[in-house]
Design a protein around this ligand. Structure first.
Ligand code: APR
Length: 242
């Protein structure tokens, strides 16, 4: 019997001890742009000119307007079926951890609990000089911290270190899982793209679900070049069969 990809993936997921690794492709079906696909945020922009410590220091006006646009997310942006199913499968015990590069917190809104946010999160906004948390509205109005410092989102900027606590969670899960699933990432940014490789080397099966090819497709046990929402919904149909 030739299993189709969704059926095969469901059988792998049923073995539990799965770790999910998500990128911006996870949130496009919620109406957010990704970065490197044809319609992505970086399509006509050099990311280091906007999302870097250098931009924060030397190009604050453009840095500010870029992150204001990302903070002013319309109410219509909600978790999509992919986020919902990942949270459901965590509750049912199939998923032990979720490593995300995303800063939109849609996974947490959908109910995911064991989450490592490798690149931080847009909120809270805080002062770059004294670190004090500030109101999102103050940032949107271009205000400074009472100490005079510039306000910034809590995302990890190019040129900054990833949070130790998140790295430790990701390392723990990647080195001890049976199944490592990449969802919607081009896998070109390090050190985040280290984790799929680490999991594979530690003996996990590697599954990559991404509309476009990735540099790690060659080492994956299953590659699915389809929409995440469609593929995970198809997978769910096979999760109830014993
Ligand atoms: N289903 C499947 N794949 C999708 C979907 C979808 N609905 N939508 C987009 N994709 C794919 C795109 O084809 C692309 O290959 O998701 C991938 C997203 O890749 P990137 O835009 O590079 O996003 P990501 O890998 O998360 O970027 C990593 O780069 O700029 C930094 O900090 C930023 O966290 C980000 C990091």
């Amino acid at each position: 019997m030739i299993m189709d990809s969704a059926q095969r993936f469901a059988e792998m997921l049923k073995n539990r001890e799965a770790v999910i690794f998500s990128g911006a492709g996870m949130s496009t079906e919620s109406g957010l742009q990704d970065f490197r696909s044809r319609t992505g945020l970086w399509a006509n922009v050099d990311p280091t000119a906007l999302a870097s410590v250098d931009a924060l220091r030397n190009n604050y006006e453009q840095f500010l307007s870029f992150y204001i646009s990302r903070l002013l997310v319309p109410e219509t942006v909600k978790p999509n079926v992919g986020h919902e199913l990942i949270a459901k499968w965590e509750r049912e015990g199939y998923i032990k951890g979720l490593i995300t590069q995303n800063v939109d917190r849609l996974h947490q809104q959908a109910g995911s609990v064991n989450v490592a946010e490798l690149h931080g999160s847009l909120e809270p906004v805080r002062c770059y000089s004294c670190g004090k948390a500030a109101q999102k509205e103050d940032f949107i109005q271009g205000k400074r911290c009472p100490c005079g410092g510039r306000l910034r989102p809590s995302v990890v900027l190019f040129g900054e270190m990833l949070p130790d606590s998140e790295i430790r969670k990701a390392e723990l899960w990647s080195s001890d899982c049976k199944l490592f699933v990449v969802l919607g990432s081009s896998l070109v940014v390090s050190p985040a793209n280290f984790f799929p490789r680490k999991a594979k080397q530690a003996g996990a099966s590697l599954v990559i679900v991404n509309k476009e090819e990735t540099p790690l497709d060659y080492m994956a046990d299953l590659v699915v070049h389809e929409s995440i929402g469609d593929f995970l919904s198809e997978t769910q149909k096979h999760m109830n069969n014993p």
